[in-house]
Design a protein. Structure first.
Ligand code: ADP
Length: 446
């Protein structure tokens, strides 16, 4: 009996000791966890403090909006640039605070607004030409970059915009452009006179010169032509940069327009023994009239309408075509036209030397020329593609190149397409304002 009591007592003592041990372990673990979570809280607090310091100190304006367009954060630099105190701006619709206008002082519409674009597309947008109207109504040139805030489920929770006052840089650019524009304008006149006199000297009916003198004068004539082109390009690029490029957009049917232009340009390619072709893109099977003779009947070429200044379009296509001729030694130059319901695509393809991959991102910048033996011997200004890009951007289009070394290059241009109905309405309006022969026609059956 005594033994049984002892066993029971030992058992209870053992159970009590085990319970105490478990309790102790739990307390220790909880303490550790507590320490860990305290550490996390304080490190988060540290991170927030650091971000706050950066947001307060940076020169760049930072604005954060939610999906309802409400401003959630507006840092002190944003206040300095826009004149809106942070606590007043917070909680307001950003359209009322960041009033964006273009260089002509026209308020941005939905399609231009970088925040709307970012919330819709979920991809970052950069705008280097924006102007913000301050609280006091003063325009300030800014460079703005907007990025989406995306959560783990790929939902957009808002957008963050970072902007900088670039008024001084823009004024500087303006001064530089004005200087270039005045200088090239003034220099064009004497150069044109020299070119004219050289042409007279080379004209058999006007002057008698020997072969040696002719050779020298021909070289001088070529260089003067090059100089004249350089001044013309400088003038155009200066105008393009400060938005003074004249443009009189009208409805253009690209099929008729490009076909005619390719015929006009063909001569320079033929002189170099290059073949030329004009290709209209894949025919949409839905517009093939199967009821006509031969099963497929007459093929109706789609009408590719755009709204642009035909003279400017001519400039761009001519430049791309001339480059293709200039840089291609043998083979073919194709001018193509295709598109979908949204865009019209023009392309100029050559079988020339191609362009190195590392040069492609810089090609449409001012004065950029690929450093190769070809460009060193072939004259050029490095301004043609820059001007072409500026012109295409006037019509909300895009220009780019795809190329493979040794195989050739294809320059593409995408411009927004006008529906036949819009084109007809627009042409009626144009005819009412100034009755003139329309470029391209509404009858595109070929
Ligand atoms: P450039 O007056 O030098 O031709 P562009 O701005 O028209 O000036 O072209 C810039 C550069 O791009 C050229 O110098 C040349 O190196 C390259 N390039 C343009 N078109 C072609 C082409 N079709 N094939 C190969 N290189 C080209």
């Amino acid at each position: 009996m005594k033994q049984t009591v002892i066993v029971i007592a030992v058992f209870f003592i053992a159970v009590a000791l085990m319970a105490a041990a478990v309790l102790l372990v739990r307390i220790l673990l909880n303490k550790r966890k507590g320490k860990k979570s305290n550490k996390l809280v304080s490190s988060l607090r540290d991170e927030k403090r650091k971000s706050d310091i950066i947001l307060q100190a940076t020169d760049d304006g930072v604005v954060l909006i939610d999906t309802q367009n409400t401003i959630q954060l507006f840092n002190p630099a944003a206040k300095t640039i826009t004149g809106w105190p942070s606590d007043e701006a917070r909680g307001l619709d950003y359209h009322n605070v960041l009033k964006l206008v273009d260089a002509q002082n026209k308020p941005y519409d939905e399609t231009q607004d970088p925040f709307t674009k970012v919330l819709k597309s979920k991809s970052p947008v950069r705008d280097n030409a924006a102007v913000v109207v301050t609280k006091e109504g003063k325009p300030v040139s800014i460079s703005l970059s907007v990025s989406p805030l995306i959560d783990a489920q790929n939902n957009v929770n808002g957008a963050v915009g970072i902007f900088r006052d670039v008024s001084e840089e823009r004024r500087e650019e303006q001064r530089r452009a004005e200087f270039i524009s005045t200088a090239s304008h003034e220099m064009r006149t004497p150069v044109a006179a020299i070119e004219g006199y050289l042409a007279l000297a080379l004209n058999d009916h006007v002057s008698k010169i020997d072969t040696k003198a002719r050779d020298f004068l021909e070289k001088a004539h070529l260089s003067t032509q090059h100089l004249g082109k350089l001044f013309q390009d400088l003038l155009t690029s200066a105008k393009a940069e400060d938005g003074r490029l004249t443009s009189h957009p009208v409805v253009v049917e690209m099929g008729a327009f490009l076909e005619q232009l390719t015929n006009d340009l063909r001569f320079s390619a033929t002189k170099k023994n290059l073949t030329t072709e004009f290709v209209v893109g894949a025919v949409d099977p839905s517009i093939i009239d199967a009821s006509k003779e031969g099963g497929y009947g007459k093929v109706v070429r789609p009408l590719y309408y755009v709204e642009a200044d035909p003279e400017r379009l001519r400039e761009v296509v001519t430049n791309l075509f001339d480059n293709a001729v200039k840089y291609t030694e043998s083979g073919k130059i194709s001018v193509g036209l295709t598109g979908n319901t949204e865009v019209v695509q023009i392309y100029i393809r050559d079988t020339g030397p191609g362009i190195p991959t590392e040069d492609i991102p810089h090609l449409f910048q001012k004065f950029y020329r690929v450093d190769s033996s070809a460009t060193r011997t072939i004259g050029g200004t490095g301004l043609g593609l820059f001007i072409s890009r500026k012109i295409i951007e006037l019509y909300n289009g895009r220009i780019w190149v795809e190329s493979e070394l040794g195989k050739g290059s294809t320059f593409f241009i995408n411009v927004p397409r006008l529906s036949v109905q819009r084109a007809t309405e627009q042409q009626t309006k144009e005819a009412a304002v100034a009755p003139a022969t329309p470029v391209g026609s509404l009858t595109g059956v070929s």
